[in-house]
Design a protein around this ligand. Structure first.
Ligand code: PLP
Length: 375
């Protein structure tokens, strides 16, 4: 079969945007009240709507997901070691280090890429203060087992929930687990506010502390009981969130159809390992990861990426490298200490996925993957 290179590149993602007129209408009131930031009406409206949509008791809106992670760790007044996963975006690991804490890397489960709860306890020392797992690609961690371990050893649990906006587990909002949950509303995520993020928690004290930390430490009135940073979501970002929240169900539904097409086409390709389907989870279809098993596929991940690039298809090696392998940690961590995460990092790609991706493009990508397998 002959394949023709795509004229316009198919990128791994494309940011969701609301209808232009809907956004300009949404921001009109900002011109009436001149309230651009500092917890204005858009911020408060988005906060209220997200609280309901995400089914969480408390939400704090922030400038981005990374500040959510950093400020939550600060809010919990932690010291010592945090058990976390290297199979994540570097933000997770940086947030720990930047709080003066020490990451201790736990390996992952091979099928859903989340922290393996059976490997946590061996890593606990008298310095361990918290566990920071990541719900990878929209896959939910074993929240029950992790909580059991945390309770037994009196540890805090902070989820990096950047990939799981809008998901539920056993009917409960994904932002209700552990002590706190950190979401990203970055342009490339399922739901975006251009840049943005949130902390959700059931603990009003944590929510209060984060709300102070994001606003220079101001408490009620003019009092400043602690130091603070600046991480307030502005009105224009909140307005973007309000517009996209109206479309979120449709956006997720479209992603679901695309993932189903990939599943149907790729399940039969030898050497392509698909992401596990989790029961009890209502997925948001955030990413479409596949692992390339070289022995069966006949070509390794890097070679396949080069081939796809030749046809103007740009998947992403995500997560590669795993965070413990970055230069900043050279000589401090050995990425091979978490062999399953290390192997996954060397084999995985996330295929192009966004709500407007045409099914013909999905078919084209699958045709190519099938074709290269045969050769
Ligand atoms: C996107 C992401 C972050 C960082 O969020 P930003 O909003 O970009 O700061 C953190 N962790 C994970 C797993 C992410 O995917």
């Amino acid at each position: 079969m002959e394949f023709k290179k795509k004229e316009t590149p198919i990128l791994v993602t494309k940011s969701a945007l609301p209808d232009f007129a809907a956004y300009t209408e949404e921001i009109r009131s900002i011109w009436d009240n001149h309230w651009l930031t500092n917890m204005g009406p858009k911020h408060e409206q988005l906060r209220a709507e997200l609280k309901e949509y995400m089914q969480v008791p408390y939400v704090e809106l922030l400038t981005n997901g990374h500040m959510a992670l950093e400020l939550v760790l600060e809010a919990l007044d932690l010291k010592g070691e945090v058990i976390t996963t290297p199979f994540t975006y570097i933000s997770t690991t940086h947030s720990i280090v930047r709080n003066g804490l020490t990451p201790v890397f736990c390996d992952i489960r091979p099928d859903d890429y989340t922290m393996d709860p059976e490997k946590i306890e061996a890593l606990i020392t008298d310095k361990t203060c918290a566990i920071m797992p990541v719900h990878v690609y929209g896959n939910v961690c074993d929240v029950e087992r992790i909580q059991e371990i945390a309770d037994k050893h009196h540890l805090k649990v902070i989820y990096d929930a950047a990939h799981t906006f809008g998901e539920t587990y056993k009917g409960k909002g994904i932002g209700t687990f552990g002590d706190a949950n950190c979401f990203s509303f970055h342009a490339t995520k399922v739901f975006n506010t251009v840049e943005g993020g949130a902390v959700t928690t059931a603990d009003p004290a944590i929510a209060q502390r984060v709300s102070e930390l994001k606003n220079f430490g101001y408490s009620t009135g003019d009092e400043i009981p602690h130091t603070g940073s600046n991480a307030k979501m502005n009105e224009f970002c909140a307005a973007m969130g309000l517009c996209l929240l109206r479309e979120i169900e449709t956006l997720i539904e479209k992603r679901k159809k695309i993932c189903a097409r990939y599943d149907e086409r790729l399940a039969k390709v030898r050497g392509i390992k698909l992401n596990a389907v989790q029961k009890d989870v209502s997925s948001n279809y955030a990413y479409y990861p596949v692992e390339i098993i070289e022995e069966d596929y006949g070509m390794d991940r890097d070679a396949l990426v080069v081939k796809l690039n030749e046809y103007n298809i740009f998947p992403r090696k995500y997560f590669y490298p795993i965070t413990s392998a970055f230069e900043v940690f050279k000589g401090i961590y050995d990425p091979k200490d978490t062999p399953i995460a290390y192997r996954a990092g060397n084999r995985v790609i996330t295929l192009p996925l966004h709500a407007e991706l045409p099914l013909e493009d999905v078919d084209f990508i699958c045709d190519l993957i099938e074709h290269f397998a045969a050769h």
